[in-house]
Ligand binder design. Structure first.
Ligand SMILES: [Zn+2]
Length: 386
């Protein structure tokens, strides 16, 4: 199934989006944020006949949402992509002056993920021009802040819902139905301060913290690395930050260790809490002078969508027809906004073009894969919403 998409317009739009600097301002103080690119996309969508709304996520940073109502007797679909990029520190070529060479488009955001945004817009434009009204609604959400705290997609789920969603992050034209989650945990190890010459009084919180770190390595080796998910490999845990101590001649009464636990589907917040709790309890059993408390202070859930979901079925059918190959399901090791949509009751998959150098010093996207992404989006939307 092939639709007549305007490839020149797709390329031009991608290049225009790259030209608008939209570095996440929380990541880099020189970043301009997402307002200008949101306005640009909003105007584009208005010309296409969509109802356009903006959501302010704070400090004038904008999401832009485009809605095209269907006849009301079909399933609704959300198409999502982030408009922010990471910074350009250390980039090799002109980051906002996109170059098209040998079938590749170079520039910051070319791969991650302005190509996905352009594919969404051109897919919907082609549908409007060739098919007119669908049965179900299309909700296009172009969100801010995915590269930092996902404030944009969190704002989207407060107001909008759909029967399914596709996020067009670069996925190498594979259908991503799972990714890991993560938890950030602060562990406070408590000792007793005392003069360095009086060991009978002091309890060294840093040395006790060392015992905890040994247990952590043991947990990773004996348990976590033995677990395997077919698409995501193993979960993991590592110590990221440590601080403690006051001066050389004093026993430290406190040592703080911050950890990151990367989780598989099924390992929810309670599970992680129980795991760390057991670790501390066991250590206290072995050494009554070991005392610690902890807090899971930030948690993002993993993603796993059943391959029986209608959106996965539609996408994989159209994918194999268009690319003439068997569907490949895959997993991301990193976390994405898909988990937020999925947790809000919108079954969500990731699907997008092929590129190299996301967040790196040389970033490009393979333009043919952007064309394929657009084709596949058109087919999937028609199949799912009609
Ligand atoms: Zn991205």
């Amino acid at each position: 199934m092939n639709f007549n998409i305007n490839e020149n317009e797709l390329l031009e739009l991608l290049q225009e989006l790259i030209k608008i600097e939209s570095i996440n301002p929380t990541l880099s103080k020189h970043g301009s944020g997402e307002a200008e690119i949101a306005q640009y996309i909003g105007n584009y969508l208005k010309k296409m006949g969509l109802e356009v709304r903006y959501q302010d996520i704070g400090d004038g940073r904008l999401n832009v949402v485009g809605i095209l109502k269907g006849k009301g007797n079909g399933k609704s679909i959300m198409l999502n992509g982030h408009t922010d990029t990471v910074s350009i520190d250390g980039m090799e070529i002109e980051s906002f002056n996109p170059v098209f060479k040998n079938g590749k488009v170079y520039g910051r955001g070319a791969m991650d993920m302005k190509s996905g945004l352009a594919a969404i817009i051109l897919a919907v434009k082609t549908i409007i021009e060739t098919k007119g009204e669908l049965n179900g609604d299309m909700i296009l959400t172009f969100v801010a802040d995915e590269e930092y705290a996902s404030l944009g997609t969190e704002k989207v789920v407060e107001e909008y819902h759909a029967d399914a969603a596709i996020i067009c992050e670069p996925s190498n034209l594979q259908i991503v139905i799972a990714h890991k989650g993560f938890a950030w945990i602060k562990v406070g190890v408590h000792g007793k301060s005392g003069h360095g010459s009086l060991p009978e009084f002091g309890v060294d919180a840093i040395v006790k913290g060392g015992k905890f770190l040994v247990k952590l390595e043991d947990l990773e080796k004996r348990i976590l690395s033995q677990k395997k998910h077919p698409l995501l490999s193993s979960p993991s845990i590592h110590a990221s930050l440590i601080k403690g101590g006051i001066e050389l001649s004093t026993y430290p009464d406190y040592c703080e260790i911050q950890l990151e636990r990367r989780t598989l589907p099924g390992e929810d917040r309670d599970y992680i809490t129980e795991e760390i709790n057991n670790l501390i309890k066991n250590l206290h059993g072995e050494d009554t002078k070991f005392n610690a408390d902890f807090d899971v202070f930030f948690y993002r859930s993993p993603l796993e969508v059943s391959s029986n979901q209608p959106i996965v079925q539609s996408l994989s059918k159209i994918c194999s027809q268009t690319l003439n190959r068997k569907t490949k399901f895959s997993g991301f090791s990193g976390w994405t906004d898909a988990a937020i949509l999925n947790d809000a009751g919108i079954p969500t998959v990731l699907f997008g073009p092929k590129g190299v150098g996301a967040h790196g010093s040389l970033e490009f996207v393979n333009f043919r894969s952007v064309v394929s992404t657009t084709q596949i989006l058109i087919g999937t939307i028609l199949d799912f919403c009609n």
